[in-house]
Design a protein around this ligand. Structure first.
Ligand SMILES: [Zn+2]
Length: 344
């Protein structure tokens, strides 16, 4: 376990082909019943083993037990009707058929607790668990009950806080909230988005992360990115608010994105999970490329606060590519660690 420049992935990793169809998002399960339960656990074991073999320090579940980073959580809540679907525009970018909120939302039982306990049993290394953030949850739903994005976000934040506290009690060291919606709805982020996120993280002793990204390398996202111009300055709107928040760690995109690295200065004082791996390309980075990306960031974040990471999840990539990228990430972090050691 490296304490300087630890290596982590943002979240999802490809699933084995016997569990779900590879290289697609929302892929249906290939197994059912007891075989599915066992298959998910076997996939999780493999994900842990591969991360350790590739030099990852902060281990995640690779999201092997969930179909989608938002809907799998929502499926377990009361007040949401999955039969009654409506088409809405997601992230202001693409249309999707989503479930409808038809009554008061609540969590009747823990959603990921058993999976997190299973992950905890696989390794003594620090473990990280990802949950959807409140704003991203409401952006993946149609709401006919609350008729207020803010009210519904607050309800979800309370539910997420219950779940996060149980994950923490099960031994999860780091709890991550995925908020890609923070890169789109800037006025809402300022009005209530950061407050709802802090509510979700309230009272946790575990470290907390907010992951804000430009999405998986799918066509709708790639088309959107093409409209964002030469410099992506979206973080400039949200980072000053997050810098003042109670969240400990910020996960952001860097490598091959058009995000100016100096925006990292805006979250000075926070730990930074810097994306040094492009998840929208099947080209595996060289360790030197990874080291270059991390080295650039060191002008804006103290070395003891830098975590080497990926830009986003890698679920849609071929398996060998995703794991090759994890190896490159740790090799790149090792180059920089050696340089920093020489200076010390
Ligand atoms: Zn992401």
């Amino acid at each position: 376990m490296n304490t300087l420049l630890p290596v982590a992935s943002v979240g999802s990793l490809p699933k084995p082909s016997w569990l779900a169809k590879p290289e697609v998002l929302w892929s249906p399960w290939e197994l059912e019943g007891a075989a599915l339960v066992e298959g998910k656990q076997d996939a999780l074991r493999i994900a842990v083993q591969e991360q350790r073999r590739r030099g990852v320090d902060i281990i995640s579940d690779g999201e092997q037990t969930r179909q989608h980073f938002v809907t799998t959580f929502i499926e377990h809540l009361e007040g949401v009707d999955f039969e009654n679907r409506e088409t809405v525009r997601i992230r202001d970018r693409y249309d999707a058929s989503v479930p409808t909120v038809v009554g008061a939302v609540s969590r009747k039982q823990p959603v990921f607790l058993d999976d997190a306990k299973f992950l905890r049993a696989q390794t003594d290394q620090p473990i990280k668990w990802a949950l959807p953030g409140p704003m991203t949850m409401i952006d993946t739903l149609s709401d006919r009950h609350y008729k207020s994005r803010e009210k519904l976000a607050w309800e979800f934040a309370t539910i997420l806080n219950q779940e996060a506290k149980e994950l923490e009690a099960a031994g999860v060291d780091i709890i991550q909230f995925d908020e890609p919606a923070f890169n789109v709805f800037f006025d809402d982020v300022a009005d209530w988005g950061v407050a709802a996120l802090e509510r979700a993280a309230e009272g946790l002793r575990a470290e907390t992360v907010v992951h804000i990204c430009y999405g998986y390398g799918i066509k709708a996202n790639n088309d959107w990115k093409a409209t964002l111009g030469a410099e992506w300055r979206q973080y400039e709107r949200t980072f000053p608010l997050i810098q003042k928040s109670s969240i400990d760690i910020v996960s952001l995109e860097s490598h091959h994105s058009h995000v100016p690295t100096d925006l990292v200065e805006l979250i000075r004082g926070k730990k930074v999970m810097l994306g040094a791996i492009d998840v929208a390309s099947e080209q595996i980075e060289t360790p030197e490329e990874v080291a270059d990306t991390l080295r650039k960031a060191l002008q804006f974040v103290d070395a003891d606060k830098l975590i080497a990471s990926t830009n986003c999840g890698m679920a849609p990539l071929p398996r060998d590519v995703a794991y090759g990228k994890l190896s490159a990430l740790s090799a790149g972090a090792a180059i920089l660690r050696a340089e920093l050691g020489e200076q010390a």
